[in-house]
Structure formats: structure tokens, C-alpha cells
Write a protein that binds this ligand. Structure first.
Ligand code: ADP
Ligand code: MG
Ligand code: ZN
Length: 501
């Protein structure tokens, strides 16, 4: 089955998404720029800190003054090696930096130092949730450009970002659906974050993606003409942009018009892609080897040092969560999609301290907790509900101190109010302790039965379904505080007695 494209309007409303996918197959290749989180820039000692005063983090090297020399940041190379190892790529013993020439106000040197025909890393792959494997063409090291800032009347240039180290990761055009494209990016982001080489912040631009999209008639082997979409700053927008672009290209082909290879900008407000410029060819850049830098040599000993300090990678961690914590593949994938989320889960498990609760904790984290994370835009590195407090809450249910229902209400209150006293203190302060006293439960159940004579008569007459009604009434009368299992047992006993009597 093809993923539906409904909800995305084509340029001319002649195509429904599903019909387009019956006839055309999308082909997608992604280029990702990851900003390496080194302390200093790629070729000078300037700070890479985000948010500094404009042009504060600059020096003659990154400002492109004449006569200065670049000096390669060794930490950036180590980070780049870690990436290559994590995706099983080949690390080249010798690679070469090149000058890519173009004019733009945010590029003071008039060229960018990057790698061209001899990148440090080739091959590698990433496996998606759908089981699909996406092969990588290459990854290379390069410096970032500065930023043009457009005000109302004037434009400004901020060169703090000029010279910040990046790796550009280029995939083969192996992706076939917008959903897989988004999944690929999520996994890549999770990977570079767990490697601690990039903070993966899409809004701040430390993780940026360009999507190359083409379509071909189903059954045709040859790829169609592609367009490259830029300005994609959220996973949702990446999916929207690719969906729109597929419909736009199908509409052109259906009307006998060719797709023109060009660079498109995505406009999040309208959900449309617009042409930005005709596609530049690599010969336009007049690449040549950077004369101020030696070829980059990476020896086996250096690779080995990085290999030894690799953290547990998301895929391996997901396997461990399945085996050690007994989780489903789905829960394991969700929980390991982010290293902070995974750490949170394991901290809660440790706090509760019983193997029987690992799945229960997984349920709480993937449903209640993640819902609040998304709704309230929580920062996973510093969530307002701590692992300690969630652990305490789950423990209170396990010890039958509170019912699951009360626990959910408490959790919402904790989410609303943020860090404060823990659930135990809240339970005591609000008098929410679960009633597990049989005689008290019998009293309430008896009252409920007496207060609903019609339903009782129906039940005794054979409408077994009404059992749930009595459970609900009893819980309601007790404000959700009664032990549900005991309510069930007591109800059963009293109803059976009335049937017989
Ligand atoms: P460029 O140097 O112009 O960016 P590349 O050959 O390096 O071009 O390819 C860039 C990206 O475009 C890669 O991710 C590649 O997989 C993808 N790509 C190439 N051809 C197509 C196509 N016909 N449709 C979709 N993606 C494509
Ligand atoms: Mg490109
Ligand atoms: Zn500098």
C-alpha cells in the first residue's frame, strides 16, 4: 500500500494524492548538514557558541583577511570519524580539502573550504523503521558560511557562524516515501546526538536538510528530473514539502510539461514550494584543491581510538531494550529514538526497582510522558517531571497506595505545575490514598446498589453488562480512590448474594 498523500493540495487540483502514487513512484535523496559541536571553528580558534553578539566570534582567518592561514581543528576530524564508524562507512586514509568558489555576502573569503572529489568518508548505511536500508554516498567535512540578517530597511551580515565545522551527509536516492524521508532524518539526528558530535537542533540550524525529489512512472527504471528543496526546518515541514513537491511534479508531467531541474524553497505558511534559482552545476564552482592545507591523513590508530570510545548506538540500544527490559520492538524504538528519553526511561526503571514494572514504565513514558513532552514542548535534557517523581508515582500504584486513575490525574497536575513536591507528598496533602478497606468498600457498594434499583433489577434479570455500570458508579462515588480490583471482587460477591437471595 502506498502512503496516502491526502491533505496536500496540488498546484492544479486535478490529482488526488492516492491516484498520483498509483501512477508515479517518488524517488528521494537527502543531503544533511550537521554542525559539529566542537568548542572552536574548523580552521581557527574562534568560539562556535550560538547566540553571541553578532560578529563577536570572528578573527582574521574566518573573516577571510588576506595572508592568513587555516589550521585544521583536530577535534572536528575526530567527530567526523565517529560518524563514519557509526554508519559503517569507509574512512579514507587520504582526503583533500577543496575551494568551492561563489560570491555571497555571508562568505567573506569568496570561497568555502569543503571536500569535493576526495571526501574523508564514503559508503555506509542507515536502516529505517520500515525495514528499508538507505545507503549513503558520502560524508565530507566543510566549513559553514555566515548569516545574512534582513531587517526592515537594511540587511546585515553576521559572521559568527562563518567557519563553524560541518559534516555534509549525502544519501543515495533510495527513499521512496515522504514518511521514510522524515524517519531517515529522525534516525540520523538521533545518531549524531548519541555520538555527541552534533546537538541536532533544527530550529537553530545545527541540523539542516535539503531534499532532492523526483518522480518516475511506476515500472520505469530511469530516475526522473529532480528538484532540490531547501529551507526545511522541522520534520513535519520536510514531509509536507516532499508531499507537495511530488504532487507538483505529477501535475506537470500529467499536463505534458517537463520538470525543470531547479532549487526550490519551501514556504511553511502556504505549504508550497517555490523556485529559488536554477540548479547550479558543480563546474560553476571552479573547485580546486585548497593550497593552504595539506591533504588530510587519517591513520588506523586514530580510527581505533575513536572506535574504542563510541557510545552504545541507537540500534544496539533498541535491541538491548527488547532483550533486557522485555519491551516490544515498537516501544524499544520509540524509547531509544533519543538518548535523553532512553536515559529517562532507564532512570525510572531503576527508581522503581522491580523487573515486573519495566513494561508498565514503558507505557507511562511512551504515552503519558511523551504526550506532555510534545504538548508542552519540554526539553528532554531537563524535563519538569523528573525520573525520580515518575518512578515514585508508579511505585505508589504498584503498592496500591493510589489507583491508576488517581495516578493519571496526579501526573497531569505535576505536568501542569512543573517541578515541586513529589507525588507521595501530593497524595498525602490531598488525601488521595486508595481505599483498600473491605468494609468501607462494602458500604459504598451497598449504597450504590440501593440507589439504582432499576439497573439492579435489570442486572438480576440477566443484563450482565450492567456490572461495569456499578463499578463505574462506585468509583465515582469514591472519587476514584477505591482499589478497583477490590471493588470488582466486592461487587461480584454482593450481586451474587442478591441473585441467590
Ligand atoms: P549535487 O552535487 O547537485 O547536489 P548529487 O549527485 O551529489 O548532486 O546528488 C545530491 C542528492 O540528490 C543525493 O542525495 C542523491 O541521492 C540525490 N539525487 C540524485 N538524483 C536524484 C533523482 N533523480 N531524484 C531524486 N534524488 C536524486
Ligand atoms: Mg547538493
Ligand atoms: Zn576565526
Amino acid at each position: 500500500m502506498n502512503a496516502p498523500l491526502n491533505g496536500t493540495k496540488p498546484a492544479r487540483a486535478s490529482n488526488s494524492g492516492d491516484a498520483v502514487l498509483d501512477r508515479y513512484e517518488p524517488v528521494i535523496g537527502l543531503e544533511v548538514h550537521c554542525q559539529l559541536k566542537t568548542q572552536t571553528k574548523l580552521f581557527c580558534g574562534c568560539s562556535t557558541a550560538f547566540g553571541a553578539m553578532p560578529n563577536h566570534n570572528t578573527c582574521p582567518v574566518c573573516l577571510g583577511h588576506p595572508g592568513v592561514l587555516p589550521a585544521l581543528n583536530s577535534e572536528a576530524v575526530n567527530f567526523a570519524i565517529r560518524f563514519a564508524l557509526a554508519v559503517g562507512a569507509d574512512i579514507q586514509e587520504t582526503s583533500v580539502f577543496a575551494r568551492k568558489q561563489y560570491f555571497y555576502p555571508d562568505l567573506p573569503k569568496g570561497y568555502q573550504i569543503t571536500q569535493y572529489d576526495l571526501p574523508y568518508c564514503t559508503g555506509g548505511k542507515l536502516t529505517l523503521a520500515s525495514g528499508k536500508t538507505v545507503r549513503l554516498i558520502r560524508a565530507h567535512l566543510e566549513e559553514d558560511a555566515g548569516k545574512n540578517v534582513h531587517g526592515d530597511e537594511s540587511s546585515y551580515v553576521d559572521l559568527n557562524r562563518a567557519g563553524v565545522p560541518l559534516i555534509e551527509i549525502v544519501s543515495h536516492a533510495d527513499i521512496r516515501t515522504p514518511e521514510d524521508a522524515a524517519d531517515y532524518l529522525k534516525r540520523l539526528r538521533s545518531l549524531v546526538r548519541s555520538l555527541e558530535i552534533c546537538d541536532g537542533n533544527l530550529e537553530e540550524g545545527s541540523f539542516r536538510c535539503d531534499a532532492n525529489v523526483s518522480i518516475r512512472p511506476r515500472g520505469q527504471e530511469k530516475f526522473g528530473t529532480r528538484c532540490e528543496i531547501k529551507n526545511l526546518n522541522s520534520f513535519r515541514n520536510i514531509e509536507r514539502a516532499i508531499k507537495y513537491e511530488i504532487l507538483r511534479q505529477a501535475d506537470l508531467l500529467d499536463h505534458g510539461q517537463p520538470v525543470v531541474q531547479q532549487t526550490m524553497l519551501f514556504d511553511a505558511a502556504s505549504g508550497k514550494t517555490h523556485p529559488m534559482r536554477s540548479k547550479e552545476e558543480s563546474h560553476d564552482y571552479r573547485y580546486f584543491p585548497e593550497p593552504d592545507l595539506l591533504p588530510l591523513r587519517i591513520d588506523e590508530a586514530r580510527i581505533q581510538r575513536q572506535r574504542e570510545t563510541l557510545p552504545e548506538l541507537p540500534e544496539a540500544m533498541a535491541r538491548r531494550f527488547e532483550e533486557k527490559h522485555g519491551l516490544s520492538a515498537y516501544d524499544a524504538a520509540v524509547l531509544t529514538s533519543d538518548k535523553d528519553l532512553a536515559g529517562f526511561y532507564e532512570a525510572v526503571v531503576k527508581r522503581v526497582g522491580s523487573a515486573a514494572t519495566e513494561k508498565i514504565v514503558a507505557n507511562w513514558v511512551t504515552s503519558e510522558y511523551l504526550r506532555e513532552v510534545n504538548n508542552r514542548n519540554w526539553d528532554l535534557t531537563n524535563p519538569p517531571i523528573t525520573a525520580d517523581h515518575l518512578g515514585e508515582l508508579i511505585e505508589l500504584i504498584g503498592k496500591s497506595v493510589i489507583s491508576g486513575r488517581i495516578a493519571k490525574t496526579l501526573f497531569e497536575e505535576m505536568a501542569e505545575k512543573g517541578p515541586g513536591k513529589g507525588p507521595k507528598a501530593m497524595v498525602e496533602a490531598q488525601g488521595l490514598i486508595q481505599v483498600s478497606d473491605t468494609s468501607e468498600i462494602r458500604n459504598v457498594v451497598t449504597k450504590v446498589l440501593d440507589a439504582n434499583p432499576e439497573q439492579l433489577a435489570d442486572y438480576l434479570g440477566g443484563r450482565d453488562k450492567l456490572f461495569g455500570f456499578f463499578v463505574g458508579q462506585t468509583m465515582k462515588v469514591s472519587g476514584g480512590k477505591m482499589n478497583p480490583q477490590m471493588v470488582n471482587d466486592v461487587l461480584k460477591e454482593l450481586l451474587d448474594a442478591r441473585r441467590k437471595g
